[in-house]
Ligand binder design. Structure first.
Ligand SMILES: [Fe+2]
Ligand SMILES: [Fe+2]
Length: 201
């Protein structure tokens, strides 16, 4: 039977496995995301259990070495990688985490699996669980880049779609400054959100 987001034993098991494999320096981030998804889900009226599940799963694949991630990418069928994904190593762990969410923990909820797979790039038509995770991953409390506190407060003053669009804009701006292209899904999500916001969505 597929796991449900509200099963406390499932949540406890994933948290235990996540903490067992996450290096100490990354624990504040994964715990920060757990707290932030709950906070923002409540603020924006999104299902807290599904956001919590996505938050706990999202970086499950991050501790694998890049060579192991590349091997695992070939087996990702829960949310299959695109050609662009194969060229973009920083996004591999999200797809692998979604795969483990389905294969190891029995998560079949498409919105949760896509939230996990696309947590670093975003994606057009991403569901609300994915938008909450996208914003939380960017601005959780252990992030300490210059200006994060003001940005965090600003994001919380916006609607969910406005906040996700602002995160996509900031991520693209950051990559532009480094002379690196953003993933095509980030552009596509930004365009989708802008057009949806213009229509009042
Ligand atoms: Fe990540
Ligand atoms: Fe993360």
């Amino acid at each position: 039977m597929p796991a449900t987001a509200t099963d406390p034993r499932l949540i406890a098991q994933i948290r235990q496995d996540l903490l067992a494999r996450t290096p100490a320096h990354r624990v504040p981030h994964v715990m920060g995301v757990e707290g932030m998804v709950v906070l923002l889900a409540r603020q924006w009226g999104v299902d807290v259990g599904r956001c919590l599940l996505a938050g706990l799963l999202h970086d499950l694949g991050k501790p694998y070495a890049k060579s192991a991630q590349r091997e695992k990418l070939d087996g990702c069928t829960a949310v299959p990688p695109t050609r662009d994904d194969f060229e973009c190593a920083p996004v591999w762990h999200g797809l692998i985490s979604a795969q483990e969410g389905r294969a190891v923990y029995g998560v079949e909820d498409r919105e949760v699996l896509e939230a996990v797979a696309y947590h670093s790039t975003g994606a057009p038509n991403l569901g609300d669980v994915g938008l909450v995770l996208y914003v939380s991953d960017f601005a959780e409390p252990s992030r300490n880049w210059a200006g994060v506190e003001q940005i965090r407060a600003h994001l919380r003053s916006l609607t969910l779609k406005e906040a996700a669009a602002e995160v996509a804009r900031l991520k693209q701006e950051r990559l532009d400054k480094k002379g690196q292209p953003a993933h095509p899904r980030t552009h596509a999500m930004y365009e989708w959100l802008q057009s949806s916001l213009k229509k009042g969505g």
